[in-house]
Write a protein that binds this ligand. Structure first.
Ligand code: GDD
Length: 411
C-alpha cells in the first residue's frame, strides 16, 4: 500500500502571495481553473495501490473542509486534511501525524510540496526508488546556475544516482541540480526524523545543566524547538553520501509557485499539460456562440463569454465571470464573479474575485513573471472604471480606479 502526503503550510507562509492570499489559502488558489493543490492530488491518483492522501498544514480546518470532501468523492480516494496546532517544519509536520499516516501500514509514503508545478512523474519515481533500495528518492531537476541558489542544491552520482551532497539555498554555487520538493520514502524516514528531534532534546537538556547557552551564543539565534524538523537541512543534508537517499531527474517542466507572477506562469504550464491529460477541460471555440479561442484556455461552465470576444493563449476564467463583446484576454487568470465589459483588454494580469473592468479599459502587465510588478494584479472587488489604463500595478481589495496608473502599488 502507498500513502501520499501533501504539505500545504499555513497562513504565515503566504505573505509573498498577497493580495491574493487575503481571500483564499494559497494552496486553493486556482491554476488552470483548479485549486493549486488539485494538480498534485490528481497526479497521486496514478500511483498504484494508493489508499489515502493527507494534506498537512496549519490553516483552519474549515478552509479545506469543502474542497477535501468534494475531491474525495471525485477521485474515489480518501483525501483528509490534518491540522497542525503550530508549524513543525516540513519533516516535523509529517512526524506529528506519524501514527495516522502509518494506520494503513503503507510500504511507501510520497511527500509533496504543494507549491511546486511539474508533471509529477510519481509512478516512475516509485519504480526507480524500488530499484535503488534506499530510504528515500528525491525528484530533482536542472535549473539555470543563476536561479539555483533559491532551492536546495545537490550533487548526485552519475551512475548510481545516489545523493552525494545536499545544501539548502547555499550562498555560493554548488550545483545546478536542485531539489524539486517531491519525495518518496519508506517508513524508515520516521526514525530519521525522530533521531534529529531526540538529538535536539539532548542538547537542550545539556544546555540547561551547563547554565549558559553556548550554541545560541555562537550563532546569535534562538534555538529551534526539538519538535521543529526541516526535511532539507535536518534530514537530507546529514543523510547525503550514506547510501540512503537517491535522486530521480525530471526533464519535463518544473517551477516553484511563491508569487502571483509565478502562479500565472504555472497556470499556463498546467493548461498546456491538459492538452495531453485532460483535453476535455480546454475550451475549443467550436460552438455556435463560443468566442474565438487562441491556444490553451479554460472557461468554467458557469462563465459567460460573448461570442465576439477573443480569448487566449493562457487564459483561465473562473465561475460566474462575465466577459463582454469585443473584449480581448491574453495570459490572465480571471477569478469568480468578475465582470469584464465591452472592448476591455486584459493582458498578463490576475483579476480578483468580484472585480469589474470598464468599457475600453486596459489592464496589463509586461509579462515578466519574476519581477515584483511584472504582472498587474487586482485584488478582490476592485472597480476599474471605463477607459482607464492600469499597467504593471498591484491594486489592493475594494479600490475604485478612476484615473490611469502605471508601476504603482495602490493601497
Ligand atoms: N504542514 C506544514 N508545516 N507544511 C510546511 C511547514 C510546516 O511547518 N513548513 C513548510 N511547509 C510546507 C510549505 O507549504 C511548502 O509546501 C513545503 O512545506 C516546503 O516549504 P519550505 O520549508 O518553506 O521550503 P521552500 O519551499 O522554501 O523550499 C523547499 O522546496 C524547494 C522546492 O520547491 C526546499 O525543500 C528546497 O530545497 C526545494 O528546492
Amino acid at each position: 500500500k502507498v500513502v501520499a502526503v501533501i504539505m500545504v503550510g499555513g497562513p504565515t507562509k503566504g505573505t509573498r502571495f498577497r493580495p491574493l492570499s487575503l481571500n483564499v489559502p494559497k494552496p486553493l488558489f486556482p491554476l488552470a481553473g483548479q485549486p493549486m493543490v488539485h494538480h498534485p492530488i490528481s497526479a497521486c491518483k496514478r500511483i498504484p495501490n494508493l489508499v489515502q492522501i493527507y494534506l498537512i498544514g496549519f490553516y483552519e480546518e474549515r478552509e479545506f473542509a469543502l474542497y477535501v470532501s468534494s475531491i474525495s468523492n471525485e477521485l474515489r480516494v480518501p483525501v483528509r486534511y490534518l491540522r497542525e496546532d503550530k508549524p513543525h517544519g516540513s519533516a516535523g509536520g509529517i512526524y506529528n501525524f506519524k501514527d495516522r499516516i502509518m494506520e494503513d501500514s503503507p510500504s511507501h509514503i510520497f511527500l509533496l510540496n504543494c507549491d511546486v508545478c511539474c508533471s509529477f512523474p510519481l509512478p516512475d519515481m516509485l519504480v526507480a526508488h524500488k530499484k535503488y533500495g534506499g530510504i528515500g528518492t528525491i525528484l530533482v531537476s536542472k535549473v539555470s546556475a543563476e536561479s539555483a541558489s533559491q532551492f536546495g542544491e545537490l550533487v548526485a552520482d552519475h551512475i548510481t544516482n545516489e545523493l552525494l551532497h545536499y545544501t539548502e539555498k547555499p550562498e555560493t554555487f554548488v550545483s545546478d541540480l536542485i531539489n524539486c520538493g517531491v519525495y518518496i520514502f519508506t517508513p524508515d524516514i520516521f526514525a530519521a526524523i525522530r533521531d534529529v528531534s531526540a538529538q535536539r532534546k539532548d542538547r537542550a537538556n545539556l544546555r540547561r545543566v551547563s547554565s549558559f547557552d553556548f550554541e545560541s551564543l555562537q550563532s546569535g539565534t534562538k534555538t529551534i524547538p526539538s519538535d521543529f524538523v526541516r526535511l532539507d537541512q535536518d534530514i537530507l543534508s546529514p543523510l547525503a553520501g550514506k547510501r540512503q537517499l537517491y535522486t530521480y531527474e525530471t526533464l519535463e517542466f518544473w517551477e516553484q509557485i511563491k508569487t502571483p507572477g509565478m502562479s500565472l506562469k504555472c497556470s499556463g504550464l498546467y493548461l498546456s499539460q491538459f492538452r495531453c491529460t485532460s483535453p476535455h477541460l480546454l475550451a475549443d471555440g467550436d460552438g455556435l456562440n463560443s468566442p474565438t479561442i487562441v491556444g490553451d484556455v479554460y472557461i468554467h461552465p458557469s462563465a459567460k463569454v460573448h461570442p465576439t470576444a477573443k480569448i487566449g493563449p493562457n487564459v483561465s476564467i473562473s465561475a460566474n465571470a462575465h466577459v463582454g463583446a469585443g473584449a480581448r484576454l491574453i495570459s490572465c487568470i480571471i477569478l469568480d464573479d468578475v465582470d469584464i465589459r465591452e472592448n476591455a483588454v486584459v493582458i498578463h494580469s490576475i483579476v480578483g474575485w468580484k472585480s469589474s473592468i470598464g468599457k475600453w479599459s486596459r489592464v496589463q502587465g509586461e509579462g515578466d513573471y519574476n519581477a515584483k510588478l511584472g504582472i498587474t494584479i487586482l485584488g478582490e472587488a476592485v472597480d476599474v472604471e471605463d477607459e482607464i489604463v492600469v499597467i504593471n500595478s498591484i491594486v489592493l481589495p475594494n479600490k475604485t480606479l478612476n484615473i490611469s496608473v502605471q508601476e504603482e502599488i495602490i493601497l
